[in-house]
Design a protein around this ligand. Sequence first.
Ligand code: ADP
Ligand code: MG
Length: 665
Amino acid sequence: METTLSSIRGIGPARLKALNEAGIFTARDLVMLLPKEYRDLSQTTPLSALQAGVPTAVRVHVSGEAREQRAKKLLITKVFVTDGSDVVAVVWYNQPWLKNQLTKGRELLLYGKAEWKKGILHLVSPTIEQDGGLVPVYRSIAGIPAKAMRATIEAALDACDSSWPEDLPESIRRQFGLCERNFALRNAHFPTDRAALAAARRRLAFEDLLLYQTALSLFRNTGREGIQFQFEDSALDEFWNRLPFAPTNAQRRVMQEVADDLRSPKAMARMVQGDVGSGKTAIAFAAIALAHGCGYQAALMAPTEVLARQHFDGAKEILEPLGCRVGLLTGSLTPKQHRIAHEAIREGEWDVVIGTHALITEGVEYRKLGLVVTDEQHRFGVRQRTMLGEKGDATNVLVMSATPIPRTLSLILYGDLDISIVDELPPGRKPVATRVVPESKRDGLYGFLRDEVKKGRQVYVVCPLVEESEAVEALPAEQVYEDLRTEHLSDLRIELVHGRMKPKDKDAVLEKFRAGEADVLVSTTVIEVGVNVPNATIMVIENAERFGLAQLHQLRGRVGRGSHASWCFLMADPNERLKFLCSTNDGFKVAQKDMELRGPGELFGTRQSGSITEGVNLMGSDTELLKITHDLARELMTEDSDDARTVIELAKKRFANKLSEIAIN
Ligand code: ADP
Ligand code: MG
């Protein structure tokens, strides 16, 4: 029997509606909404020991007058606080009610991260806390304040306690030392201490991973009939011969795997993973050429307009001479261009269509679709991947990813796909020399940049997006741009590009940079994928501590594409993570380290929405747990026991919808 939401203390019509809109319909949904993180208020740090980028609790009092300042659409509230060990400035954005609360002398318990701004350490948008040890933080739901959310979940836990029995077999719980479900749920939300929290999260992650992997193994036993291509190996050689370079051994090997898939009666569902610059595009084009040679259309989907255009240009150069007619379909075409594109696709006048989401979001009909390639797949959810696959019966699907993922994780995230790895870079690439640059050396860095620009090189400066709570996306990039332009590098040509610009304006700026008409390009992470400017040899990453290792590695891949020595400067206080990045250029090593340091849950926490593992709780999992559950799932599949039957039933129940989704893939 399900406990209804409206029977829970504190949930009236307005909250009910807000919860429903967020996809929460039962008390169980609510209880399964685990905190995305916890604020540890059990220990405070002296201000003198504050470090950039580390979430910290501080106990302070207000030592000056609070002041407000306007900058564009932003209201900045600033105040100085002290705890005797040091004085630190605190800023908040667009929170007009704060000023009056920040009376001089008031005691505050603040929780947040410090950041460098113009060479001074600030505490940025900390929350003002009441006392309490480990405080859960939930993803925000419109219409429900954080405090109310906590109370509501507590009430839901009380309501669920008796109605939701333990269902993991006891023998499994005993074998792997897992706590009971009720204990786990309560402590995952309101932990009594760190040890209870760890036990709780381990139990919940274990259950999810075990059921999910059991579901995947059930699915893997069935194969999908596919369009079978017929061609000789010589067709592949012909394609390679047309390229301006000789393929690497890794490209050849992976392409052979792709070709074997295409020739088999089973539909291809393969992911090609390879570091940035490993030459995945050539593999995509080769597969497209094979499809075309067999009389089929192909579609290539890229996550951004810029990248789609870049592929379009490349395809015209490489595929058109093979008699393959190439078309472009993106969101920014005019209505008339859209109509023409749709018709060309339907009538088969285009053999290859390259585009963005528009390829699936509009009602595009293909004449004879035989192959679908999605580039930079981590940006797309499984649903989008599936939708494109559905455009043609039994279509072969090839997905490309520049995010190297440790093998254990690949098995889980992409258990439905075969995986090929391009583990070799084309010859002549130089590793990107990577250095951590603390604030004190900033001036020296600017001198170096100026010298390199004088030698004719170009520079990227990348700034993090500000967090949702900080209200505006482009702020840090705009600020850095202004500082460089008016102060530090005023003698150089500097341009700015960020995610909130119109695609057209964005393209114009990128084009200018590509053409060498700008020396420095300041940007948010929009340049992460795709852009290829061999003359740009330096990358500066502001607030590097804010990025994950894998993302930093990805960004760094934008430089080092030409014949000149190249550099990546991480602006941050040195730490273990960043130092590791300086020590290697191998994306798989970086990914492995990222996972070890942050845990798989952290790594994928932000990517889960719409992805295949949505609803699978990876928080609290670690590499060891991934392996244990993987092996156990396999074992149970071959076993004829009550435990096995119980787990398989649970897996089916839990992932029934997911399975059908995967099955169309
Ligand atoms: P990614 O794997 O990041 O998509 P690309 O396919 O964009 O990499 O390739 C990066 C660059 O390397 C391109 O300029 C491409 O022309 C070049 N390239 C690809 N394969 C080779 C090769 N075998 N030899 C030399 N250059 C290559
Ligand atoms: Mg690519």
